[in-house]
Ligand binder design. Sequence first.
Ligand code: TPP
Length: 598
Amino acid sequence: MKKVLQGNEAIARGAWEAGVTVAAAYPGTPSSEILAEIAGYKEIIAQWSPNEKVAVEVASGASIAGARALACMKHVGMNVAADPFMTLAYTGIKGGFVIVVADDPNVHSSQNEQDSRNWARFAKVPMLEPGDAAECKDFTKMAFEISEQFDTPVLLKGETRVCHSDSLVELTERQESKIALGLDAKEASKYVMVPANVRVRRKAIEERMRELEAYADVFSRNVMEINDPEVGVITAGAAYMYTKEVFPNYSYLKLGMVWPLPKTLIAEFFRKVKKVIVVEELDPFLETEIRALGYNVFHGKDVIPNMFELSPEIVAKSLLGGDYKEPEVRVSLDDLPKRPPNMCAGCPHRALFYALKKLGAFVFGDIGCYTLAFAPPLQALHTTVCMGASIGQAYGAGKALGKEGLGKVCAVLGDSTFLHGGIGPVMDTVYNKGYSTTIILDNRTTGMTGLQEHAGTGYTLKGEPANMVDYEALVRSLGVKNIRKVDPYKVKETMEVIKEEMERDDVSVVITTNGPCMLHRREKRGFEHPFYAVDADACRGCKICLELGCPAISWVASEGETRDGKKRKGVVSINRSQCPGCGLCVQVCKFESIKAGA
Ligand SMILES: Cc1ncc(C[n+]2csc(CCOP(=O)(O)OP(=O)(O)O)c2C)c(N)n1
């Protein structure tokens, strides 16, 4: 049977067909849908872990017990998971163990742009790179076979365009793994990475790499297509799709396995074509390796951009230079309406950041929906580095500046981010006698990546009720004595509490209450939610409410007068279908011109 699947759905299907029984992940665009999809397969135990390191550890434990196991993450997740990952490359596996790492070229939704192929070379493990959904499924299954054949974790590289685009996929039945389940204490020297054992495994890795290099030459998805013998392209994944679309007659060496490289195949390709071009997204990964083998690469990163994503147009422009002709029919991006990312109407984060802005605080920010508070009109968040960094940074700034020099400073992060990477730095701030204030935005979901459950939501990935972390009790156990709760929709009270805590010469944590994600609330309320409307005859057009950046509020230019004769240049208007009735605008309006709608 064939079915149109999204790349991420196809990876999930591949894992199911491969007989995977345990899958763990922390969400992150563009990888999040894989686990959400896997959760629908009853044969697979699927879970959200608090972060990527834990996800890899969970999957590797299942693998050591003989199960086929999968861990998934976005590219930056590998930075978090790197510690277990780099050493699991030494221990090897028992049941097939695959890590999906999905890159985000062009940084559609990330804090940086990394090329995950470097992890494969760094850790000395194989990496497969699919180019469409059909390959996503096939390569996932092959990755498990390679993992077991060579006793290694295998990386499967995704990327935005591959993970999120659809193609026709041939479905087959699930095959249960043949490896016996169970833990074997006699295998300890393989799994206990103390120096004497490490040295043994270190040699095993080199042996494994030699075997994998030989395998790469016969791997059925490293495919040579000889067409025009003048020009040959070495490429992989989405870059192959782009290049093939614009240069269908060139010859190709399409690599399904991007590490290690098939040296014999490459040599053969250089014999068969005159000029070899390497087309790849991001780093000159293949190009550097191929040049290091002594080959003369005709074009690579001298013309192909080494940042952002490629497209058929970019590949054609890069390779044709002055000969490139713009296609005649085009929709210009400038013709499209501008829709900058924004927090939802009614989002509790907006209320909190409005309060911080009014307080004039310097905010060490973090990663989540609230990062959008950095943009106009709020402009109330001043750093964002990686998940959980806000707390350590605020603490570090305090150490550098001293309490007096620090002024009004706080760290702000979401609850999923707190559980991911925020617990350690709060503990550190207490232990090392800091005095910063941390604000945890408790919206009881992982909003930014699509409302995934986490250990604070009370539900598992499969929707079963679960323990719900008590944030107050947790931070108290870390030694925090000053813990306050605020309802962010009550702006004045929120400002008072945060001001007091920022002035305190001690560590404090402020936790928002009444702040469940607005998307969750809307679901529950259906169409019954309250809403607010502007009394157009009272609105003075002062635009203060526009400072909230609420997408439900817009400006209508129209010169006129208020009911009591005040001149104005226009009025604001509230879109009823968007307004969830949070009442924030009512609190900021000085002229009582926003009222409950009827
Ligand atoms: C290491 C890493 N893993 C995953 C992500 C993807 N990601 C961005 S924000 C976020 C969590 C957001 O949830 P939360 O902190 O609760 O804030 P919310 O969006 O709900 O306001 C995730 C998982 C990331 N940026 N970095």
